[in-house]
Design a protein around this ligand. Sequence first.
Ligand code: GDP
Ligand code: IMO
Ligand code: MG
Length: 430
Amino acid sequence: MKVDVLLGLQWGDEGKGKIVDYLAPRYDIVARFQGGPNAGHTLKFGGKKYVLHTIPSGIFRENLINVIGNGVVIDPITVEKELHLLKETGVSFLKRLFVAKKAHLILPTHRLLDAASEAMKGKEKIGSTLKGIGPTYMDKTGRNGLRVGDILLPNFLDKYNRLKNKHLELLKIYPALYDFPLEAEEAKWFSSLETLKSLQLIDCEYYINEALREGKRVLAEGAQGSMLDVDFGTYPFVTSSNTITAGVCSGLGVAPTAVGEVIGITKAYCTRVGSGPFPTELNDSMGEFLRKEGAEFGSTTGRARRCGWIDLPQLKYAIMLNGVTQIGVTKMDVLNSLSGIRLATHYKYQGDTHTNIPYDITEIPVEPVYETVKGWEQSLEGITHLEDLPKQAVAFLDKIAAYLGVPITIVSTGPEREKLITLPKHFEIF
Ligand code: GDP
Ligand code: IMO
Ligand code: MG
């Protein structure tokens, strides 16, 4: 068997959690391969809303195994909080939540360093979620990090203290910021490690490859989005991991030849939270409309998300990087009342028209060129079959699929689990 991949094609928050939760019963294992508690994946069913940060979005499906892969960075405090919520909901997880021993740990001082680094940047700040993601990946690649498997070692405390003291030394280069209750946070951290120990700690690479050999179906769940990829995103306004398909190989320990379908998720428009370039951003009443209608406020930090039109050159870039084989379009319902919908098809910069994203997009003002299509001006509520979609909605989806050259197989029309249309990959219209 091969690993199927589901990931975000924009700047995150595309609705990945909802779609993973929907597709999960088709799989035996759902595995997160990168990122950490900077992610906020929202699931809605049974009249309730759940937000997951580190735990994969397959956890609510009975009998399904959920794996937190080695490419993920883990804050045991967040994991404990999420597990507490699951317990309250009556979800059993002890036998089916697996954590890679090679995943790196986020220390309380990583969060402190994140905050200090952002404060020092002032106006140039990344807009980090302040969960300690950047500093933890820096320690990983700098070969100083602590890994989940280390918590079982007799000299763990020594290792912890060595790293913490290094962080405290580093912090001296930053101006003292604010009171961070380090001792209290450390106490919580150590206590939550006991919860982490009670989960099944695995050699993720052997586990996943063995599962594939046994014919198990695996879905890799991405966090963030392709434009936040540390190599190909709008650097430096990115996160610190490879959010693209390539990250699945290093984040779970599978070979590139083991990757099967790649499902890319995009909103019917576009959002970004945090700083950095966003060519189709709308700083007007239409942007405000999308934010309000789409309830565009961060699932992790509650910050207002920046909103704009769908950006086809940007999506084409993400499709190329990820080898996307199927597209899921979410939040179609947010556009219900619009008489016209815009799609960026080109960019103007340096006196010419382009469809590529310039290397220095953070410096060069990029002006999008739009095409406008008719809106459907009716509710999509309750539509679960393509035949029932208004023809203008089909035309809008058709334009996206034709531009990108990849079939649309999922159309989401509301936050709830069942508000969705699925289409066979070979379906003619797309
Ligand atoms: P993720 O990080 O990609 O999992 O996405 P988030 O959960 O951060 O943000 C997506 C938001 O849109 C959540 O509040 C979802 O409940 C909501 N959502 C997902 N799909 C749809 C949809 O088709 N329509 C509407 N209106 N909301 C959706
Ligand atoms: P999900 O998985 C949207 C953004 C932050 C910031 C930048 C760096 O829910 O789609 P970091 O905390 O990683 O150092 O922040 O990346 N960011 C996200 N934006 N959705 C996310 O995750 C994000 N995770 C990080 O806002 O601009
Ligand atoms: Mg999110």
